[in-house]
Design a protein around this ligand. Sequence first.
Ligand SMILES: NC(=O)c1ccc[n+]([C@@H]2O[C@H](COP(=O)([O-])OP(=O)(O)OC[C@H]3O[C@@H](n4cnc5c(N)ncnc54)[C@H](OP(=O)(O)O)[C@@H]3O)[C@@H](O)[C@H]2O)c1
Length: 279
Amino acid sequence: MEYITLNNGVKMPMAGIGVFMMSPAEAEAAVESALKSGVRLIDTANGYMNESGTGRGIKKSGVAREEIFLVTKLWPTVYEKETAVEETLARLGTDYIDLLFLHQPTANWREGYKNIEKAVRAGKVKAIGLSNFPDELLREAIDTAEIKPQIVQVEAHPYYPQTELKKILAETGMGLMAWYPLGHGDKNLIQEPIFTKLAQKYGKSNAQIILRWHIQSGNVVFPGSKNPAHIRDNFDIFDFALTEDEMAEIAKVDKGVRYYTATPEMIAAYAKMELQPDL
Ligand SMILES: NC(=O)c1ccc[n+]([C@@H]2O[C@H](COP(=O)([O-])OP(=O)(O)OC[C@H]3O[C@@H](n4cnc5c(N)ncnc54)[C@H](OP(=O)(O)O)[C@@H]3O)[C@@H](O)[C@H]2O)c1
């Protein structure tokens, strides 16, 4: 495993698993299987409505809590709720979160940020993240925060490597967690000829080449998978390295295209979207 050290000194594994679009039972099984395969970074969210299942998967794995880097996200409808962090901890069945995000730049996110800062001071949260924040709001959050953020979580993959955002992150020593690291499973991306060529050279799969590109670009990855073989493969990317020329060749597949762009209307709707109970 390779690690990044966040700008507050917290050490974070660079590869793990995300449980977006999984039922609580699916998340429970995926988390248990991932932890048993050696994965130590888990990414969930209030909005995925599977934090309870994630917590059960952690317990069932038998892996000690302090060995796990647990990431979750507050949903906009709870940003102003004083008990938001406590309720999140209760669902996860833990007494601290390694990294807590604001999931969307909407509703009263400024108050939500203060809520997370309070939880950091109380030792319940170790690091702060901002997910899906456009550059201007990211800059505002950085400038106004009493406790500066450590990392962003945004869509990133070889078709959209986030070159502009990375300049802001470099100024502040912030990291990047790449969501849709495999383009949400898009075969066009995964089967780009350059990945097939490098997969043959290194005896790896195309997906592993893409994930290795992320690691060498400094991105933390947490691909979603319900397939135990994929979960194991996605973690087996630390025994080879792409050359500088190969990284440069991969840079040429940048299309400047995202799979998902939230319109202002969608972002406004997130502010009102109530979550179902997470069982
Ligand atoms: N912050 C945000 O707003 C936000 C938004 C979206 C997602 N996310 C996070 O990002 C994580 C990853 O996103 P994602 O799961 O949608 O997209 P992804 O990781 O890019 O792609 C997942 C897809 O790739 C397939 N796959 C996984 N490993 C593979 C492998 N080794 N070979 C071939 N195919 C493979 C999976 O199918 P199989 O099940 O068959 O393996 C699945 O269809 C989510 O779980 C979530 O935690 C965050």
